[in-house]
Design a protein around this ligand. Structure first.
Ligand code: ZN
Length: 499
């Protein structure tokens, strides 16, 4: 190993210690810190984050990366270190093009905007947020001009979350999906709504925790390299493959939310636990493409978890832990978890209506960055699209345009990755069935780990180092297409008749 690589690795090790401290403090703030100790812990986190930021943007690091990028040095590196040097150098190059003053004013404006959004949402009044949103849009355009001069702003934004996927690609697949989904949804919801009997019966949170543990183990989450806790909103936090933590939130009147959060976060966790061991502690072991990561959580949650055969081997065990489900048959339970109903809130939407929530947001982002429509017109545009796609109209801004926090901190371009995750899933499903055989047969005999191992091998291991389109080409031998997802919806909800 060259002296330069050795020094860089030592530097990265130091950086990782700071990151570990920051991650641990964030975990503590979300799951354990008591009310009176919260502010002190938050101060400590700010201090460590600032240190981490200086270390990760220092001239010293930049020099090391520049030297390691020189042809001879670079060619001597293995794949993991090539990827590490290349991505860190690219990030730093972009960051260094942003004037320090501008960056500082952007961060300050972001936190004011987030506060304004919270207040506006509480008062359900978009006009309180509108000037901040305008500022976030203007500053985002400026930021993209600094980091990627000469490039289309929205493509720059998309690239941050899904490398190599452009607005043109998304126009194509979202268009394909919308065209197939709208008539299909009308057919599905024209059928009568089944009665749901198990909500409101009382489900002990401790018992729900046991259910979570059972499900996590069942789908292949390694409890020796992971742990769980409670938080307001479920999330996954990783310290690398040997320590992946997930949270959940338990509702006494309905166990279904926590069951599916456990499976969803478990899917994220399984990804993180199964990255390439040689890449431990480098960016190559942390998939930064949000759509690819989300495809794994959604694969477990929707493609596997909302399916009769998934529950056949485990449902009786869950009934034993949650006796209130004793008189709910397997078929009735599955019918309820596959229920399709247009609703206002994206995060509560079923898998069939969910894509339309994302397409709506994507189209509004297009209206902002491509057509430059004034922010004052956005709530009306939102409501109009809700009526057109889902047949319902928000009664106020809080359940309409103000529901998500993403735009308040300028996370424009993030929404499409949620849906890209499901589109990738349709493609992965098609490939798995052609390689492993009928999924229902595998799941019915309780052999789910066969599927988990397939995902580990094909996606989790090296998925962090590849662009989404490269993964699709390698795993599915195809270009991005929404067709398989539409086929999956058609088979399940039209032919098999779930509603
Ligand atoms: Zn997720």
């Amino acid at each position: 190993m060259s002296q330069k690589l050795y020094e860089f690795q030592k530097y990265l090790e130091k950086l990782n210690y700071y990151r570990r401290a920051c991650t641990l403090m964030s975990w503590d703030l979300y799951t354990a810190a008591p009310k009176q100790g919260y502010a002190d812990m938050a101060d400590a986190l700010t201090w460590f984050s600032t240190e981490e930021f200086s270390l990760s943007t220092s001239d010293e690091l930049y020099e090391m990366l520049t030297m390691l990028s020189e042809e001879e040095e670079y060619n001597a590196l293995d794949e993991v270190w090539k990827y590490t040097v290349r991505t860190m150098k690219k990030d730093l190059d972009e960051r260094r093009r942003v004037p320090k003053d501008f960056y500082a004013s952007f961060v300050a404006a972001q936190s004011m905007s987030m506060k304004a959004w919270e207040e506006a949402k509480r008062a359900s009044d978009f006009s309180l947020f509108a000037p901040h949103l305008q500022k976030m849009i203007d500053m985002t355009i400026q930021m993209a001009a600094y980091t990627h001069p000469g490039k289309e702003t929205y493509d720059v934004l998309l690239d941050q979350y899904e490398e190599g996927v452009t607005a043109q690609d998304i126009d194509k697949v979202f268009g394909e999906l919308k065209e197939g989904l709208l008539p299909m949804l009308r057919r599905i919801i024209s059928r009568p709504v089944p009665e749901c009997r198990f909500i409101g019966r009382g489900y002990d949170p401790d018992a729900q925790k046991k259910v979570q543990e059972l499900l996590l183990k069942y789908i292949g989450f390694n409890m020796d390299a992971g742990c769980t806790a409670e938080s307001e909103h479920p999330f996954t936090l990783g310290f690398g493959s040997r320590d992946v933590r997930i949270t959940n939130h338990y509702h006494v009147d309905n166990p279904v939310n926590a069951i599916f959060s456990a499976i969803h976060e478990g899917g994220h966790g399984i990804f993180d636990q199964n990255t390439l061991p040689e890449a431990y502690g480098t960016p190559a072991a942390a998939c930064s493409n949000m759509g690819v990561h989300e495809s794994q959580s959604r694969f477990f949650e929707n493609i596997l978890g909302r399916r009769l055969s998934f529950w056949k081997p485990v449902y009786p065990k869950i009934q034993a832990i949650l006796p209130a489900l004793a008189d709910i048959s397997l078929e009735e339970f599955v019918r309820e978890i596959c229920h399709v109903q247009p609703s206002m809130i994206r995060t509560e939407a079923d898998e069939v209506t969910y894509p339309l929530h994302v397409i709506l947001r994507y189209e509004i982002e297009q209206a902002i960055f491509r057509d430059h429509i004034p922010v004052e017109q956005l709530p009306e545009l939102w409501n109009q699209k809700m009526k057109e796609y889902l047949g319902i109209c928000p009664a106020n801004d809080a359940e309409g345009i103000l529901q998500d926090m993403h735009w308040s901190d300028a996370s424009f371009g993030y929404f499409p990755s949620y849906l890209l995750g499901s589109i990738y899933d349709g493609m992965f499903l098609e490939t798995i069935e052609s390689e492993l055989g009928d999924l229902d047969e595998i799941l019915s005999r309780g052999d789910i780990l066969k599927i988990t191992h397939w995902l580990n091998e094909k996606i989790h291991r090296t998925g962090g180092m590849e662009k989404p389109k490269e993964i699709l080409a390698r795993v599915c031998g195809k270009e991005l297409t929404a067709r398989p997802l539409l086929d999956y919806f058609y088979q399940k909800y039209v032919k098999e008749g779930f509603r």
